[in-house]
Structures are given as C-alpha cells and as structure tokens.
Write a protein that binds this ligand. Sequence first.
Ligand SMILES: [Zn+2]
Length: 281
Amino acid sequence: MRMPFAQPDDYAPGFAPPVQAPENALWFVFRRTDILVPVSPEPPVLPRTAHPSSMGLDVAQVQYLGLLGEQHVYAAEVHAEAAPPQGWAFQGLRTLFGQFDDTTLALAGRAVQIVDWDRSHRFCGACATPTVVKSTERSRECPACGITYYPRIAPVVMCLVRRERSILLARSPRFPLSTYSALAGFVEAGETLEQCVAREVMEEVSLQVKNLRYFASQPWPFPHSMMIAFHADYAGGDIQVDGVEIADAQWFSIDALPNLPGKISISRRLIDSAISELGAR
Ligand SMILES: [Zn+2]
C-alpha cells in the first residue's frame, strides 16, 4: 500500500515546461494554500486548460510539475484576494483529503510545497536582492551573492519503542483527548537520524532505546515535513514525561490499546506493524 502523498508510479517529475504550451494541461491553482476545485462534482476534478487565465484568473506565478502519464501538470498561484470563477471554490488540502484520489492528493502535496517555496523565496535572505529562477534545476538563485534556494524539506523522525509485548505510546497536548501515538520530533542540524531518535526519546520520556530498525517514510506537506519512521527496543530508564511536548506516555500491552491515530497516517502503520509482529510471537 502506498503512503499518502508518496509520488505516483506513473508520474515523471519535471521543472522545465514543454516549449509548446499544451492545450489541456492539468492545473493545481492555489490561492495561498487553498486549491481551486469545482463547487459541486464529487470527487473534485481539477481544471484542464492551456492556462488558468482562460478561466478569468489573474496568475501571479506558474510552476511546471512534470508528466502524469501523458498529461502535463502545472501549478499556479493567484493573488490572495482573487475571487474564484463562477462554479469554482478554493479549498484547503486537508479538506480535500479523502475526496481527491491518491494520485491527485500526492501531486497536490508536492504542488503546495513548491508554490509556497516560490512565494517565500522571491528575495535573497542574505542580501534582499530579488532572486531569479534557475533553468537547470528547480531552484531560485540570488544574482548578487550567488546563494541558491531549494524547496524546503524538514526531516522528522518517528519512533515506536517496544518492550516485551508492550509498545510505548504518548499523548501530545495537541492531540484529541485519549488518542496516543508514537514519539516524533524534528531532526536538528548536524544530527544523524539515529542520534535524533535517541535524543527525542530521552527528551520526551527519559528512556534509552536500542536496535533501531527503519520502517518507512512519508512526505507530509503540512507544511513541508518528511516523516521517517523506526521501530526500536527498550534499553533502559523509567518513563518521565516532559509535560510540554508530551502530556502522558505509557507502556500499552498490544492486547489493551488506547485510541490510535487514523489509518492514513504513518504512525498508525508503524503501530499496526509492531502489533502484527508482536502478536505473531
Ligand atoms: Zn543575495
């Protein structure tokens, strides 16, 4: 089963648009992070046109995204105050979760990150000169000081610690009450993924872990994370929660689990995978 937001198999990414603009390209049109979809049809279909200006939209930027099968795919951004054309509406990606098919969802996740990166890197962060698009790769370059700006991706490690037939689950103060999940945290500069897991587990619950095993990864475009999930074994310590990032953490027997995250999340797949391995023993 493919992870949500993972690139579809029949998609070939590209940054250089075809010389001759295709007549019926597939367009992700953004107003900030909201996507243009029809008001009525379900599931929502994206505009297929030569350019969104044919729908009366005033476009601020265009990004070529590549080929989906034979279909050229583009992203465009309209101004923050732009009104949608008659019969269309701008909707958030989270709302469109479960309405878009897997392929459209994955491309929408990629598109929203690229459009956001382009919007937020118009000027050099070092010298404030307007940046220019590079023709050889997807990046923007400062013509004055030469710094290159790439789309941002922030790695996040996730770790499910097990001890005999129990798994360590924690509740964030941000979670709905009674929902527990695996531990997770952002990778810091200079850290390996292994070091990040050890640090996060120590900071959040004061435990040591060993036997780290890679499970899977998942792009997560809210706003530009890359989740990298691991199984690990308990190596020592007693649970103490930090009370800030973690409201509660406990060892749960796989026979008596609390409410878990939804099936689409990598955390749930990680937990289900541990339950299945432990249950088979
Ligand atoms: Zn500069």
